[in-house]
Design a protein around this ligand. Structure first.
Ligand code: CA
Length: 656
């Protein structure tokens, strides 16, 4: 490299000292500058000349070589990748990924090689490291290592504002089940704000500065690495990659990952847009990964009823579950999820009968499991069914024999590599028995929809159960649901835990605290939230009290999507987006602010210009009344494809 630069010595003397390369996106607008100055690697990201990430550190420290300093820059190979992927269970049926690639080979001071790979698509930057096996004697060359530190950092401009959620301390929360990604997303935080628990922040993390939006994430994590998050901001690095706290899972093992040599780390992703459109529409979590195994069966999309959210533990009995199966059947929903304690409160023999009853109604059951094990104190049963290969084999064979369609496994509480192995093992074994998998009390998915063809979705958020638990969270439900399309759900499927149509968070639907959102807001969330098997947390008694047109919407609501388009919005304030299922578009808008919002929606790309569409919407509450009425009406789209809508506070609109 240095020899090649010699002829330019008199023109560009500075280049002699900076080993660097600039990689641009196919449209030329997104650019990454990678350099090795004084033996240290950095990168910098800009969109149309505006800084998205300032000069940020790169590098790895392993137990056999230090790739964070004293690096020699050996060479750069560039290439172009252009792939088309067909997908199920994500936000898009097809994704075309076109990126320019650079592989930079670097040598450590003690003579080992590492390749830094960058890919730059029009709105997405991704990078990872590959540890290379040297051309040496077969002995004396490491075949695996411990990664002591990953220096990868994200240095936003100081003026950027963050939409971020803190990582929480290990072995905390209910029954020591945290961290489980169930802390709040904060809005418009200064980047240097200290995290609430001193543990940094989780992915995805969203940032806004004067010229652009930046979404940080990671993808391609399985048993070969740990899940990572971000350390608290420092003046030197910005946000640096953090490994799990050693004290997770009772402190039994280190949080540092081990890696094969040769081997590659997960991808770090940086999605950049001048608007929020590339953030909401990105498929980068899926574009960079490959299936780990073939599906043994067609995992089908659908909706499920779930008694637990409002009727809680006591509803996990035979008779109540029959009512939720009947409700699913009456609405044409495919599944019913039976939550924890079923082994004690229904029993395995009667579960066979319940599964047969469900089948007679055209409904399939999904069953809850505790992931434990020894890693936390969650007492719910069944336990010790998902923690070893032998137990899973026995349990899953039985599940298949009684026709159960899927499992929901709860209470993981770690991002350590050992926990990632457990997720992978459960998914892998479940696929052998044709079982789909939902995770709760868990980490975020990282490309898992593509990597594991029976993976459906994860909770990994301050989810619907909190709307039930406290009035404070019921009040902030609209905030949560207008935040997640831009963060959590932008990079992975999301089991929020249901459209809620109870007026009050109680079995009798008269007591405890109310719901603060409108019915149409809730129905809209069924489209705004992307997951292949979505929850309808409607209870049989609440179903009797809602208008028929709401039930009709639930009956027809798809969960398998071909495409998503961002229309308008701001994280935690409001969102308007469109999803396509087959040849039908569903437009939803939701307002989390305390005032009426008027939006002028551009729907010119849906072929609706000059037409009259069906519209469901929340209306202002009548004087002296607490709840917003909902109506089904029509809406005219003008000849240019625009229409104006009025969104009530905590209200929603759906256009079909
Ligand atoms: Ca939970």
């Amino acid at each position: 490299m240095k020899q090649l630069l010699l002829p330019a010595l008199f023109l560009l003397p500075a280049v002699l000292w900076a080993e660097e390369t600039v990689l641009k996106s196919p449209n030329g607008q997104l650019a990454v500058r990678i350099d090795n100055q004084g033996g240290q690697l950095h990168y910098q990201v800009s969109l149309n000349g505006s800084v998205a990430l300032e000069k940020s550190r790169l590098g790895l420290v392993t137990d056999y070589a230090d790739f964070s300093r004293n690096l020699s820059w050996l060479d750069v190979k560039t290439s172009r990748i252009d792939t088309v992927r067909k997908m199920t269970r994500t936000k898009a049926a097809t994704s075309r990924y076109v990126a320019n690639c650079a592989d930079v080979t670097l040598r450590s001071a003690n003579g080992y090689d590492m390749v830094l790979t960058f890919r730059v698509a029009d709105n997405d930057v991704a990078y990872r490291y590959s540890l290379m096996r040297q051309n040496r004697d077969r002995y004396g060359n490491p075949m695996g290592c411990i990664i002591l530190d990953e220096c990868s950092s994200f240095r936003l401009p100081d003026s950027a504002r963050a939409f971020i959620s803190p990582q929480i301390n290990p072995m905390t929360g209910w029954a020591k089940t945290k961290p489980s990604y169930e802390e709040d997303y904060l809005s418009e935080m200064p980047v240097a704000a200290k995290s609430q628990f001193g543990e940094g922040y989780i992915f995805p993390a969203l940032f806004h500065n004067e010229h652009n939006w930046v979404l940080l994430g990671e993808t391609g994590v399985d048993s070969h690495y740990c899940g990572s998050h971000l350390k608290d901001w420092t003046g030197d690095c910005g946000y640096q990659i953090a490994f799990p706290n050693d004290d997770e899972w009772r402190g039994k093992t280190s949080g540092k990952p081990g890696l094969n040599v040769p081997g590659t780390t997960p991808w770090r992703t940086v999605t950049v847009g001048e608007t929020l459109k590339p953030i909401v529409e990105t498929t980068i979590a899926y574009d960079l990964v490959n299936p780990r195994y073939e599906a043994t069966t067609d995992y089908l999309p659908g909706r499920y009823t779930w008694s637990w959210l409002i009727w809680q533990d006591r509803s996990v009995n035979y008779d109540d579950q029959v009512r939720f199966i009947d409700l699913a059947a009456s609405l044409g929903l495919e599944y019913c999820l039976v939550d924890g304690w079923w082994d004690q409160q229904i029993g395995r023999d009667r579960m066979e009968q319940l599964a047969a009853y469900a089948r007679s109604k055209g409904v399939k059951l999904m069953l809850w499991y505790n992931s434990n094990g020894w890693w936390n104190d969650a007492p719910q049963t069944p336990r010790d069914c998902m923690n070893t290969a032998a137990a899973r084999d026995r349990e899953m064979a039985w599940l298949r024999s009684i026709g159960v369609a899927g499992i929901k496994v709860d209470f993981f509480g770690s991002d350590k590599q050992e926990a990632m192995s457990l997720y992978e093992d459960i998914l892998t074994d479940a696929n052998r028995y044709g079982l789909a998998v939902i995770f709760h009390g868990c980490t975020i998915p990282r490309g898992w929809e593509v990597m594991f063809p029976n993976y459906i979705a994860s909770e990994a958020c301050l989810a619907s159960e909190n709307v039930y638990f406290t009035e404070e969270h019921a009040r902030s439900e609209a905030y949560e649901l207008t935040m997640h399309p831009f963060v959590r759900n932008a990079l992975g499927s999301f089991d929020w835990g249901g459209i809620i149509l109870n007026k009050y968070m109680s079995r009798d639907n008269r007591s405890r605290h109310p719901r603060y959102t409108g019915d149409i807001f809730e129905l809209a969330s069924g489209v705004a939230i992307q997951t292949y098997v979505n929850c309808v947390a409607l209870t049989p008694n609440a179903a009797e009290e809602i208008p028929d047109f709401e039930k009709e919407f639930i009956r027809r609501m798809p969960t398998s999507w071909d495409e998503v388009r961002f229309l308008d919005g701001y994280p935690g304030r409001y969102v308007a987006l469109a999803r396509r299922s087959g040849d039908r578009w569903y437009i939803v808008a939701m307002n989390a602010t305390d005032r009426v919002l008027e939006l002028n929606l551009d729907m010119s790309s849906f072929g609706w210009n000059g037409s009259v569409r069906t519209c469901l919407r929340d209306l202002p509450a009548k004087k002296g009344e607490r709840f917003m009425p909902a109506e089904k009406t029509t809406l005219k789209i003008n000849k240019k494809g625009f229409t104006k809508i009025r969104l009530q506070p905590n209200g929603g609109t759906i256009i079909l």
